[in-house]
Design a protein around this ligand. Structure first.
Ligand SMILES: [Zn+2]
Length: 391
């Protein structure tokens, strides 16, 4: 059986799991792990101290001796890297050429559908378009130009963890008033050099007292933070009336995580400290004084590409010999390519999985817990339970 066939067979088995939509993915890789361990650390969400070993993570973009262990909290299901690294350790996790900190693509207007979506839905001016036409685009807002945000309120946007300002620049082009926060000084400087208003620092030292935003973006940021609850609470202070926080983060309940394990690209050890699922996102929101208005999950081709690439070029457990480890990582970097066949075999199954909350990325909208009369709310939370929308 070829690798592609093995992958397909494994994923076909995984479809069986889909008939139990509320079942969490619990098992990933228990090799050399410690199950059900009582630990000194308490879960940041539910304060439980009982964790189940989930997977060993390795830095797959730079050679380092360490391995990083991920555990699932037995109280709430949050996946955490334990022990939680110190600030000094975290600073050392990011190489100089860390990709999310580099470059910025302009708004893609090449396809006709993109131009229509910009003109009739994403652009600030599009609110003047007939509501019926805008309504046509709304169901597809997570598909066409999926990282963009629909105009909201006075269109004041704060991008936390803005990198070199790619999303900021794109929203600026759409007519938003944009501000960013970026910890990495090189990325922040790059954003500023493009004329963007970027604070180089954290949410805790940003001089935004008295400022309000209609949308606060945290795109693949929350999983990098050692104290996501406190960061979210701080961000929530800047929400204007009717404002919302839009989070995107890897999904610990992803089917692909179950399959690829340590080589699932969004595990991104050691830089990802926590992995959430739609339920723990709701719990995170509640703990930070917010309410999750909705969450949906999605799959992306590039995640499949990178994960298959790791599967083909790196072992699940990297060699203990550092020279061999460095050689494997360098080889892996040099041979990066797209995996069209693997994508075609796996993508349909993962897309179905996304309808059941098993996609690779979660996108959630959080609003102030006290926000009332929200006519657009797609569901209400009972306790920490949430309903996942099918994309
Ligand atoms: Zn917990």
């Amino acid at each position: 059986m070829s690798r592609g066939q093995r992958e397909f067979s494994s994923q076909a088995n995984a479809v069986v799991v889909l008939v139990q939509p509320r079942l969490n993915v619990r098992r990933v890789d228990h090799s050399n792990g410690t199950d059900g361990a009582e630990r000194d650390e308490a879960c940041i969400l539910c304060k439980a101290k009982s964790f189940r070993f989930l997977v060993r993570g390795f830095d797959r973009i730079q050679s380092r001796a360490d391995e990083f262990r991920y555990y699932r909290c037995e109280g709430c299901g949050l996946v955490a890297q334990l022990p939680i690294p110190t600030a000094v350790q975290i600073a050392g996790f990011y190489p100089e050429d860390y990709e999310p900190h580099a470059g910025a693509r302009p708004l893609s207007r090449g396809k006709l559908i993109n131009r229509l979506a910009i003109s009739y839905f994403y652009s600030v001016d599009s609110v003047a378009r007939p509501p019926l036409i805008r309504a046509v685009f709304r169901p597809f807002s997570g598909r066409i130009m999926r990282d963009l945000v629909e105009p909201h309120g006075q269109n004041r946007l704060l991008d936390i963890g803005c990198g070199a300002g790619e999303l900021m620049a794109q929203h600026c082009e759409l007519g938003w008033c944009v501000t960013g926060i970026e910890l990495n000084s090189r990325a922040a400087a790059l954003g500023r050099s493009r004329g963007l208003d970027v604070h180089n620092g954290t949410v805790f030292d940003a001089p935004f007292d008295g400022r309000e935003f209609d949308v606060i973006l945290m795109s693949q940021v929350i999983e990098h933070l050692p104290d996501p609850v406190r960061a979210l609470r701080r961000a929530a202070r800047w929400l204007g009336a009717g404002g919302k926080i839009i989070l995107t983060t890897p999904n610990a309940s992803s089917l692909a995580f179950r399959y690829f394990g340590s080589r699932w690209f969004p595990l991104e050890a050691p830089r990802h400290l926590f992995l959430f699922d739609p339920d723990t996102i709701s719990l995170l929101a509640a703990t930070a004084g917010l309410r999750s208005r909705y969450s949906k999950t999605r799959c992306e081709g590039w995640i499949i590409d990178f994960s298959i690439h790791y599967m083909q070029t790196q072992t699940a457990v990297l060699p203990t010999d550092l020279a061999a480890r460095a050689s494997m990582i360098e080889q892996s970097k040099r041979s990066r390519k797209r995996h069209q066949l693997g994508r075609k075999l796996i993508a349909p199954i993962l897309s179905i999985g996304a309808c059941f909350g098993r996609g690779d990325l979660i996108r959630a909208e959080l609003v102030a817990a006290t926000a009332m009369g929200d006519s657009n709310a797609r569901f209400e939370i009972e306790g920490k339970e949430s309903r996942i929308l099918c994309k």
